[in-house]
Design a protein around this ligand. Structure first.
Ligand code: SAH
Length: 295
């Protein structure tokens, strides 16, 4: 690859950290707390009654499996389902209150049963706006940040129009992939840790999302065989956005990624031409690191 993309002000891609931390970060309407990976451990400890007493689980709302056909469900299951939906609506209202406006994204967030992606001991925390551990030192992302990234990726889309082909790097437990599958026609998601790839497959199976494909591999390389993508989201933070991913964006398409180390910001990159990209720095965030290779 010999071309170097030009960003406004002449920065080249891959973008160095210095080009994304130099101010200009857009503030959300209500600043969202920055959830850190270690916050997930604290959230989990709170969910199970404190780290010293991991067995003393707090009774939370009983969360049934996803059963969209409420007509045929028994009465008790119907009321569980209604309770879960009410809790989920409240979560979506909080996310909207933090500044996410896109109705398509909020609708998708409301449709995906997040509790199915969380281990049973933590399911009472499923609709708290927090990241939670999913094993292998990784986390399920905070609902606000999931929604914000998808909104940022979609921002230029004409109202109500679904996106075509979207790529996610870092499937984790599969939650964001499920939300993406409700806003795009085709979704590809790559995970580098084999047991998490398998976990995501198991979590997503009951949702029967026929437009979602999971891949095991190094997402830093993207998926050249399926490119170009109308949108790319990274769910893990690198010091720069991998060049291969920039090359796999369609012209006019957007990539949203956390960039940085200890200090991270969401960055949105738009491909404006064959060899041209522009970038914007959005709000502060905190994600687990983007790592090369597979595990
Ligand atoms: N999308 C998830 C968040 C997962 S956390 C959600 O819906 O909540 C980020 C994930 O990125 C981790 O599972 C981590 O293993 C993965 N990851 C890190 N580097 C990667 C890479 N190079 N390719 C693919 N996945 C990667």
């Amino acid at each position: 690859m010999t071309e170097r993309g030009k960003a406004p002000g002449g920065s080249t891609f891959p973008l160095p950290l210095s080009s994304v931390t130099g101010g200009g970060a857009r503030k959300p309407a209500t600043p969202a707390p920055i959830a850190r990976p270690q916050t997930a451990t604290q959230n989990a400890a709170r969910a199970v009654g404190g780290a010293q007493a991991p067995k003393a689980a707090q009774p939370g709302p009983k969360l049934p499996g996803y059963a969209p056909n409420t007509q045929s469900a028994p009465a008790a299951q119907r009321s569980d389902l209604a309770a879960t939906e009410a809790i989920r609506r409240a979560m979506v209202a909080r996310v909207a209150g933090q500044g996410v406006r896109d109705p398509v994204v909020l609708g998708a967030l409301e449709a995906v049963p997040r509790h199915l992606f969380i281990e049973p001991a933590l399911s009472s925390q499923a609709y708290v706006d927090a990241s939670l551990p999913i094993g292998h030192h990784q986390t399920i992302s905070q609902p606000y940040i999931v929604a914000r990234m998808i909104e940022a990726m979609r921002e230029a889309m004409p109202d109500g129009k679904p996106m075509g082909r979207v790529l996610e790097i870092g499937t984790g437990c599969g939650y964001q992939a499920a939300v993406l599958a409700r806003v795009a026609q085709e979704v590809y998601s790559i995970e580098r840790i084999k047991p998490l790839h398998e976990l995501a497959k198991a979590n997503l199976r009951p949702l029967r999302l026929s437009n979602l494909r999971l891949h095991y591999g190094d997402g830093m390389l993207g998926l050249a065989q399926v490119a170009p993508f109308d949108g790319i989201i990274l769910a893990a933070a690198g010091m720069e956005v991998p060049r291969a991913l920039l090359e796999q964006l369609a012209i006019g398409a957007r990539l949203v990624a956390p960039v940085g180390g200890q200090v991270q910001h969401l960055q949105r990159i738009t491909r404006t031409g064959k060899s041209a990209w522009t970038s914007e720095t959005l709000e502060a965030c905190h994600f687990v690191p983007l790592r090369p290779g597979t595990a």
